[in-house]
Ligand binder design. Sequence first.
Ligand SMILES: C[S@@+](CC[C@H](N)C(=O)[O-])C[C@H]1O[C@@H](n2cnc3c(N)ncnc32)[C@H](O)[C@@H]1O
Length: 291
Amino acid sequence: MAALSDGVTVAAARRAITRLLEANGNESAALDARLLIAHALDVDTTRLAADAERPLTAEECRAIAALAERRLEREPVARILGAKEFWSLPLRLTPDTLVPRPETETVVEAALQEIGGGRNAALRVADIGTGSGAILLALLSELPNAFGIGTDVSVAALATARANARSLGLHARASFIACNFAAALHGPFDLILSNPPYIPRGDIAGLAPDVRDHDPALALDGGADGLDCYRIIAHQTAALLAPRGALIVELGAGQEQAVAAIMKGVGLQLSGPARHDLAGHPRALILRPLP
Ligand SMILES: C[S@@+](CC[C@H](N)C(=O)[O-])C[C@H]1O[C@@H](n2cnc3c(N)ncnc32)[C@H](O)[C@@H]1O
């Protein structure tokens, strides 16, 4: 990439990389340039402003250019950095883990609303299809006496979730098991949460390249109609919930009615309307056992 020559300042490199990414249709070019340059220089993003007039070495220019090339090829910034913040928690990622999405925080918010004033209780929580551990670790960070289990069929994803639990100091209250969603779990649970794969298989080829080419297929593929995992989860979890427990599932686009019907079929009833994400889409359903 010809955009950087050694001796260019940090500020000029930021401008140059921002322009390159903008020309490539990147809508968060300035932010991405900042994150990539900080990563290449192994400094905090706040350091870039202080170092604005520092000239870069040839080696630093090469490191920045290499990361910018990857972004120009549509690799998501979180993949390049190998990290993503979720619920203000820094999480490590690998190619085997989904990049946690901001809309999934709706599931965490819904769970905390359901718990209400009971945050100090010794709650039992399960996050089935845990990936990087995002949902489980966010909840354990808010519930000081809760104990949680994360499951996944990807052993590699579980290793990342386990490492994230350790680096966040939550490992004493988190365990991880490889199984088909809740197949290996014994109840009762106060909360069961899941952001399952929910993309209809036929839609995957048409997804944005950032998602299609970089998120693991295992994290996306929801079967022919996108609902396969909800059917499994419904059948497995109805008997695992405590009498006043709740199952909270993330929804894909247009799935609210179908998922509610699947859950009703196993005796789980809606606890209020779907929770909406910041974009206004129905994003999380809360279900409780019939009294
Ligand atoms: C959409 S990702 C969600 C990951 C994480 N919970 C999050 O919100 O960022 C779905 C996860 O379910 C896992 N998964 C897929 N099929 C599964 C199955 N049958 N049993 C358990 N986990 C499964 C995938 O490996 C992936 O980690």
